[in-house]
Design a protein around this ligand. Structure first.
Ligand SMILES: [Zn+2]
Length: 313
């Protein structure tokens, strides 16, 4: 009797565990299985791909690199008995979209919304040494980028064209009202530590995952309109981050995830680019030069064109 009771108890517990796993999507997939279904070879216990396309993971860490670009996961890769396991939501949002065989069925880009961060009484970050203000730099890069996009035949919509404060939700609405196919928000960074430098991009935190600055957890935020583009946003993030870091040689701080207000309710893929630290003397010196801001605009442009080339109606 005791044995039967124990059996029933264990079955109920396993039932609950499996049900929770299915409803929360909390399933771990062996990395070796991901490599196999993707048609790739394992390169080591924690990486798969080819010589030029490497997907690499780190044990008990959310660090994941694709072609050497830092693309943080929602959950840590787990190493157990020498094998690596990836959360199923990470496969879905962060790995599968980057596989060369994945087709991205989405309309080609026509209208692109550019969002120059800050404006008016909101100066954004200010460089200590030469009083450079973020709000002017973001507008400067947006204007350079718009020229390149318009030359290529894209229609550009600005969320602000003057030095005025536009509330964050209004910026999203301007893009949505214009039926933008893509939203790119431009910012410059600042940190208490003067040594912080490099470029990072942000996409909306994928559904059921936590933002990059939060501890990994499930269902960490409500679902937003913009979550309809989770997979495309990751591809967009890779295209821009790889182009920016390759051209500028700035430190790659990764494609991070946050529930920024401007990204939440977008009806198209969207991204926020932090183009470098005004609080870092060396990086600020570069940002102050118009040639470097041209390079930033050109890199973002190349990333957008690359992203567009991956879309098929
Ligand atoms: Zn900013």
């Amino acid at each position: 009797m005791r044995k039967i009771k124990h059996l029933i108890f264990t079955s109920v517990i396993w039932g609950i565990v499996i049900c929770c796993g299915l409803t929360c999507g909390a399933e771990e997939i062996p990395l070796i299985k991901i490599a196999k279904i993707s048609g790739f070879q394992m390169l080591s216990a924690n990486s798969f791909g080819t010589k030029s396309i490497v997907f690499a993971f780190k044990d008990n860490s959310r660090i994941f690199t694709f072609k050497k670009v830092l693309m943080p996961l929602g959950f840590p890769a787990i190493k157990r008995y020498g094998r690596y396991y990836i959360d199923s939501s990470d496969y879905r949002y962060h790995i599968q979209p980057l596989l060369p065989m994945t087709k991205h069925h989405h309309k080609k880009l026509k209208i692109i919304a550019l969002d120059a961060g800050h404006g008016g009484e909101d100066n954004g970050a200010t460089a200590q040494w030469d009083k450079l203000q973020e709000k002017f730099l973001t507008m400067d890069v947006c204007l350079r980028l718009a020229k390149l996009l318009e030359k290529k035949g894209y229609k550009v919509v600005f969320t602000r064209s003057q030095d005025k404060k536009v509330p964050l939700p209004e910026r999203t609405q301007i893009a949505n009202r214009a039926k933008a196919d893509l939203f790119v928000s431009i910012h410059f960074n600042s940190a208490p530590s003067a040594s912080a430098s490099g470029i990072e991009t942000f996409t909306l935190t994928p559904s059921t995952q936590a933002s990059s600055y939060q501890t990994a957890s499930r269902n960490a935020h409500e679902n937003f309109v913009g979550n309809a583009f989770d997979s495309l946003n990751i591809v967009l993030g890779y295209c821009l981050q790889s182009s920016l870091t390759a051209r500028t040689l700035a430190i790659d701080r990764g494609v991070k995830h946050s529930t920024f207000v401007v990204l939440r309710d977008l009806k198209c893929p969207g991204i926020l680019v932090e183009c470098g630290f005004l609080s870092n003397r060396e990086e600020c010196k570069k940002i102050a030069s118009s040639a470097y801001r041209d390079t930033l605009a050109q890199s973002i442009f190349d990333g957008i064109v690359k992203f567009d080339s991956l879309l098929s109606d």
